[in-house]
Design a protein around this ligand. Structure first.
Ligand SMILES: [Fe+2]
Ligand SMILES: [Fe+2]
Length: 239
């Protein structure tokens, strides 16, 4: 999250008792550099809990889910024949492509799915998830095209395409969170699991740039304001 910290998003400072910090670090199986950083923090009475690869991916799902909620809100407007959120849809779709299609899904395809395929675990699920990544990229391409061209003969397809995407992606994320990510530790040895986390952090910086996650989250927040869904309290039903 804050890339000014030595271990970036995967390691953030939290208050902890100095006496237990070293033991916690060993139990988490952290890398030598992280342990060194932890030792320094320990001296200051602080510990840096590690964010695991599964947590990392789930945090990213949070960003994607907020983009899906933007799609839902804007699709209703488009289906009613209005275009007041068209620019917001275009911005959201570009972020879906960059953050989900070209970054998050690529990490799953390169580092998560092969572990299950090799172990022969959740093979059918992984097959469907891979197919849905491809279908999602195809939908995103069409959403980007139509949201940038209201005179396109197929422009009226836009809200349906956005709803198809959200209808697929919410269940997709729910299976990854509740089944695949839960079992990731069972198919990846502990040391490799820790290295996977470091690799994820490196890829985030390569693909999204400095503070890429934070920038994506800020962009989502801006688009939420544009479509009027930024106030969380408004989702609470009144008694
Ligand atoms: Fe996925
Ligand atoms: Fe995912």
């Amino acid at each position: 999250m804050n890339h000014e910290q030595p271990q970036s998003r995967r390691h953030f400072l939290a208050a902890a008792a100095a006496g237990g910090a070293g033991l916690v670090a060993l139990n988490l199986g952290r890398s030598a550099s992280a342990l060194a950083a932890g030792a320094s923090s320990q001296a200051q009475g602080q510990e840096e809990p590690e964010i695991t690869p599964a947590e990392d991916l789930m945090f990213e799902h949070g960003v994607i889910e907020r983009l899906l909620l933007i799609y839902n809100a804007a699709a209703a407007d488009l289906a009613a024949g209005r275009q007041m959120y068209l620019q917001s849809v275009a911005s959201a779709a570009q972020l879906v492509r960059k953050f989900a299609g070209d970054y998050h899904e690529k990490m799953e395809e390169q580092y998560v799915f092969p572990r299950f395929e090799k172990a022969g675990k959740h093979a059918e699920l992984v097959k469907v998830l891979r197919t849905q990544h491809d279908a999602g990229r195809d939908l995103t391409g069409r959403i980007i095209q139509l949201s940038g061209d209201p005179s396109h003969p197929k422009f009226s397809d836009l809200p349906g395409l956005m709803r198809s995407f959200t209808a697929m992606y919410f269940p997709h994320i729910s299976r990854e969170n509740s089944v695949l990510f839960r079992d990731l530790r069972r198919v990846v040895p502990p040391r490799e699991y820790d290295e996977m986390g470091d690799r994820f952090e490196q890829i985030e910086q390569e693909r999204l740039g400095h503070e890429g996650y934070e920038h994506a989250l800020a962009q989502v927040g801006e688009i939420e304001k544009q479509v009027g869904i930024n106030d969380l309290a408004k989702f609470t039903p009144h008694a």
